[in-house]
Design a protein around this ligand. Sequence first.
Ligand SMILES: O=C(O)CCC(=O)C(=O)O
Ligand SMILES: [Fe+2]
Length: 342
Amino acid sequence: MNSTYSTMEAPALKAAAAKKAPQVLQLTLAEQEQLQYVATVLAARYIHAEVPAFVHRARILAGELPPRLLSYLHNFKYDEDNYGVCLIKGYPIDDVAIGPTPAQLNNQIYSLNAVREEMLLVLFNSVLGDLMSWSTQREGRLINDILPIKGHEQEQLSTASNSTLEWHIEEAFHPCRADNLSLLCLRNHDLIATTFSSMATIELPDNVKRELFLPKYIFEADKNFNSPAFRLQDPAPVLFGDYAAPYLRIDPAFMHPIAGDQPAAEALALLIDLLNSQLEEVVLEAGDYCFIDNYRVVHGRKPFTARYDGQDRWLKRVLVTRDLRKSRTIRKNAASRVLLTN
Ligand SMILES: O=C(O)CCC(=O)C(=O)O
Ligand SMILES: [Fe+2]
């Protein structure tokens, strides 16, 4: 009896002791080919990856994806005993065919250079939830280019370069923020790292944890959300959900504890230190699809010198919500995915 128990327990103990890190699924050649086929068929049917009929049907169309990928994403969504970041690696990107990295954000124009890669991004994310966007960010576009823009070098924006993009929960200030954000890497010749830190890797002292569960923190909106509606928010907690495995709401550059509350300030400082101490650097490569749990993992980016020669780092980003209904009062109609923030 004893020996049966020990052999059964051994793998479980080993798994628990293993350092939690982003998960990686490497595409097989057959999977790459299947994805290319699916994307090519869809690109012939829909003009671009934000066509509403395509986005609306994405979860149904995702049935054509390789089953191993569907299970992987499905498990990532529901199994929260993971790091909170996963990657699908190995989709072949034709560096010439995608064209140069744009110098500007062309929010009005749908670029078709990476339409197949974008369609796969939409299909993959349909397994996690519904795409969403903000009316005051990139004019409500669902798929956002992440690339360095001249003049933004020092900003706390995804289009900056020379400054470290400090780690954050995406749109931490907003109650309808995304459950997930996902990045597709089209180009990263200079090996610029994205940074992550996960709640799965830190252990908080009980008194600190209790403090962070209290509504003692003011969250501020960034430049894209300068409507007066976001200036007068009630204090909110940093941790919420299950006490044993809390969700996280934090953006140190755009938040502060309520004035004069020393315990709240100290608890926040300690959490920031712990998250800093566990910061992981991940260099996304062309063809990587990266999925980030925006309730459990913060992300940022290392500083770099932009080239502005058409070969700069170029990512595509989408936001995903599990529940569009919670933002119904700020969307034009039930089917719209644009959250009105002006
Ligand atoms: O550039 C990156 O790797 C991350 C940028 C970012 O924070 C974002 O797109 O939300
Ligand atoms: Fe971000």
